[in-house]
Design a protein around this ligand. Structure first.
Ligand code: NAD
Length: 488
């Protein structure tokens, strides 16, 4: 694992824009700036911009170009910053879309040995063309991954390619095409040095630990996560799988927080072996319970079918559409924890009889069953609210699915693998259940395209906890946990 700092040259390490300065010697500075702006805002492609800009510097003499070098203005704080990087074991690499003619002597003076840049071609002491060979993205790619900490520092749109591959990226200035690509905008090298010491929180884009003084690095994909992890001190995830190999890429990781219920998407053993805390934010119980009740009402009155038919122009006579009341029916709750208890309370208030199976819950005012089979055979509605564990995997399976009371409604808003794949065939295919409602699925994302026409299979794509209120509660809890651990 290496610590690598990729730095752009012009506008970043030095204040000069040599290309503009060369062009101004030809009276074309304005046009170069225009083309640069066009490239930054995406109005012309980078390659065309480079070609046109080179055309504008043809004929400038070597002597004039050398004079520009004498006017080099190194950005304030850069020398101290580079010295500190060097002393703390960083590999410093300069990568510029400008020319080695300028980059090499500047980097020699700053003691930087690794420089990537393009070549100016002179004939008879005058610029005639340039050889363009540097692609910033490719240089960044070469150093990214392998658990390396890759920091990219730049100031222009052409730096976005290296920003995208870096663990963390910083940009000077607020130019169009820069702000949206870099992780942080910085005013000078002094503030940048401070940022580099940060304990970064790496968070999936669908979790929102906002207000942490801007130390949050987002990720969308596994590849994003892999490049971020080398600088992660805290990790916030929703349903993304965090396996041992990912944990191994984060040498400074102290805490993994699941913005959701349960930690079954995280290799807790691998994390604990490294002393990393794994926490979750189980604050979505009312939302999941309400979805469960919604499933019950829908399944017993077939709201989804009526809605679908009416929108196709079908009006059924009232006698044709018969449903069932929930009032007086028995709901069998598997797992009487946070969610199960709220479901029980609402069902009780709706005039339903409540029974449950949960070996870890003492006697309550509800009817306790001492075996799952007993509960399955006496309940009009069976609803699952257990965590996924070796004991609850396939809790409802092809054998005991036959015990489900004929015509019952089966609901799962817990975890997909709590119900075995083949059990669904028994419940639906053999007509044991009158309806099956699933928010969670054996594999996610799930494909039910072959179940088209199964009106008694009611599906949602794992949205149990997806309410504004639940997400807000969980996000504040994540923030609280991070604050308690000194983040933010
Ligand atoms: P919880 O820990 O409060 O309750 C789980 C209950 O299950 C506990 O009372 C426990 O004793 C019981 N239990 C454990 N093993 C059992 C077994 N073998 N047989 C019977 N009961 C058993 O959890 P919760 O907050 O109520 O959440 C329940 C589950 O719902 C979560 O673990 C999660 O998987 C799921 N969930 C889904 C969504 C969603 O978006 N659909 C959102 C949140 C939670």
């Amino acid at each position: 694992m290496e610590k690598i700092c990729l730095l752009d040259l012009e506008g970043t390490l030095v204040e000069n824009e040599f290309l503009v300065e060369l062009a101004s010697l030809n009276g074309s500075a304005q046009r170069v700036s225009e083309i640069t702006e066009f490239a930054m805002s995406g109005r012309i492609c980078l390659e065309d911009a480079i070609k046109e800009r080179i055309g504008l510097i043809k004929g400038v003499s070597r002597v004039e170009a050398e004079r520009l070098l004498l006017k080099t203005k190194i950005r304030d704080g850069a020398v101290e910053f580079l010295k500190r990087l060097d002393e703390t074991g960083w590999r410093i690499v300069v990568v510029t879309n400008g020319f080695m003619f300028f980059a090499k002597p500047i980097c020699d003076e700053l003691g930087i040995r690794e420089v990537y840049g393009n070549e100016l071609v002179f004939e008879n002491g005058k610029i005639v063309s340039a050889m363009i060979s540097v692609a910033k993205g490719a240089v960044a790619e070469k150093f990214s991954g392998k658990g390396n900490v890759l920091v990219a520092i730049g100031d222009g749109a052409n730096d976005a390619a290296m920003f995208r591959r870096a663990s963390v990226s910083f940009a000077f200035g607020n130019r169009t095409g820069v702000a949206e690509h870099a992780d942080f905008l910085v005013a000078d090298f002094f503030s940048l040095a401070g940022m580099l010491d940060s304990r970064f929180v790496v968070a999936s884009s669908d979790s929102v630990p906002c207000g942490l003084n801007g130390k949050v690095l987002r990720f969308e994909s596994r590849a994003d996560l892999e490049r971020r992890l080398p600088v992660a001190s805290a990790l916030v995830v929703r349903s993304q799988k965090i396996d041992a190999s990912l944990i191994g890429m984060a040498p400074d990781l102290k805490v993994i927080i699941r913005q959701g219920v349960g930690t079954d998407n995280i290799d807790v053993q691998a994390a604990s072996a490294r002393g990393i805390e794994v926490l979750n934010t189980p604050l979505s119980a009312p939302s999941v319970a309400e979805l469960t009740i919604g499933f019950m009402v829908n399944a017993s009155r077939r709201i989804h079918c009526m809605d679908h038919e009416m929108k196709r122009g079908t009006w059924r006579e009232r006698g044709e559409v018969m449903g069932s009341e929930l009032f007086g029916k028995k709901v069998g709750i598997v797992g009487l924890g946070r969610i199960g208890s709220i479901v029980a309370r609402i069902c009780h208030a709706m005039g339903m009889r409540v029974a449950y199976y949960d070996p870890f819950v003492e006697e309550t005012s509800y009817e306790k069953k001492f075996s799952l089979n007993e509960l399955l055979s006496c309940s009009d509605i069976i609803t699952f609210h257990v965590p996924l564990s070796p004991e609850t995997m396939h809790l409802l399976n092809v054998e005991n699915a036959w015990l489900v009371k004929r015509g019952a409604i089966v609901i799962n808003t817990s975890r997909g693998k709590v119900i075995g794949k083949d059990a669904l065939g028994v419940l639906l295919g053999s007509g044991v259940a009158s309806a099956v409602c699933l928010d969670v699925h054996y594999e996610e994302p799930a494909d039910y395209s072959s179940f088209h026409g199964f009106e008694n299979l009611i599906l949602t794509p794992h949205i149990g906890g997806n309410t504004f209120e639940a997400q807000e509660r969980m996000a504040s809890r994540v923030k609280e946990i991070l604050a308690q651990r000194g983040f933010g």
